[in-house]
Design a protein around this ligand. Structure first.
Ligand code: ATP
Ligand code: MG
Length: 247
């Protein structure tokens, strides 16, 4: 369970105060996937930095499973928008980073092997991030987060650099892993379709400083052939209208 109350974030820059989030309150139940959508610069990544414990300079309260955020005691799988790979480590070491920090495993097990293969990076293990394409780096970041079998999965546009087919494959893989592990997920996306397919609820942010405009129940969650459904038409219209009105 994630409980966020009156979260406000301002960045300090020289003499300037740049407001990024304003009075954001939301509760996300254990095992739910919430997709977050909103215009560029509205504070989505900032929200994720706070939930992951990277950013601690905020007002308001943020609790995960009834405790303050603590990456040491909680298993948090984090996929940052810029992938967050360590440039001096190869693919293998980057994917193993999370589990090694948690000390549970130092070599690849069957599940890890399966992930690398499904993500199509099992033949790249000795490469370094600078020797990979953007989409390949993104898949390494996904492997690292999933390998941890996290209790909380925080994903910042995790599939944005992928071609349409790989993106669809990874959406399916993500849903499969989500079902198996019942992991509470915050999923940030720019794509209305992705928000509709992957979110049990959809949270719409206003332009900066981000406020929550609406939290929508989503009848399109996991629907096959989404685009041919009547629900899809209704929901995508509704979402676009809210996004438009917020501008
Ligand atoms: N380190 C920083 N210092 C100052 N301002 C920042 C910093 N990081 C982000 N900002 C500003 O805070 C606001 C929110 O940024 P954030 O990265 O959270 O937006 P976003 O919704 O993730 O955008 P995008 O969809 O483009 O990824 C923006 O106005 C941005 O310019
Ligand atoms: Mg962002």
């Amino acid at each position: 369970m994630i409980e966020v109350k009156d979260l406000t974030v301002n960045y300090n820059r020289e003499n300037d105060k740049i407001p990024a989030l304003k009075n954001v309150s939301i509760n996300i139940g254990t095992g739910d996937i919430y997709t977050f959508i909103g215009p560029s610069g509205c504070g989505k990544s900032t929200f994720l930095y706070v939930l992951s414990g990277i950013l601690q300079d905020y007002t308001g309260s943020v609790r995960v499973n009834e405790r303050p955020v603590n990456p040491r005691s909680q298993r948090i799988g984090l996929i940052l928008q810029n992938y967050g790979l360590l440039p001096w480590k190869n693919v293998y070491d980057n994917t193993m980073l999370g589990v090694k920090i948690k000390n549970d495993q130092v070599v690849l097990d069957d599940y890890g092997q399966y992930l690398l293969q499904r993500l199509g990076i099992d033949n790249l293990l000795d490469r370094y991030p600078k020797e990979l394409s953007g989409g390949q780096q993104q898949r390494v970041a996904i492997a690292r987060a999933f390998m941890l079998k996290p209790d909380l999965l925080l994903m910042d546009e995790p599939f944005s650099a992928l071609d349409a087919i790989t993106r669809e494959e990874l959406q399916e893989l993500f849903l499969k892993i989500w079902k198996e592990n019942n992991v509470t997920t915050v999923f940030i996306t720019h794509s209305v379709d992705e928000a509709l397919y992957l979110g049990s609820k959809i949270v719409v942010f206003s332009p900066a400083p981000g406020r929550i405009l609406e939290v929508l129940d989503n009848p399109c969650f996991q629907l096959d052939n989404l685009r041919s459904r009547e629900e899809y038409y209704d929901m995508s219209q509704r979402l676009r209208k809210i996004l438009d009105k917020g501008r």
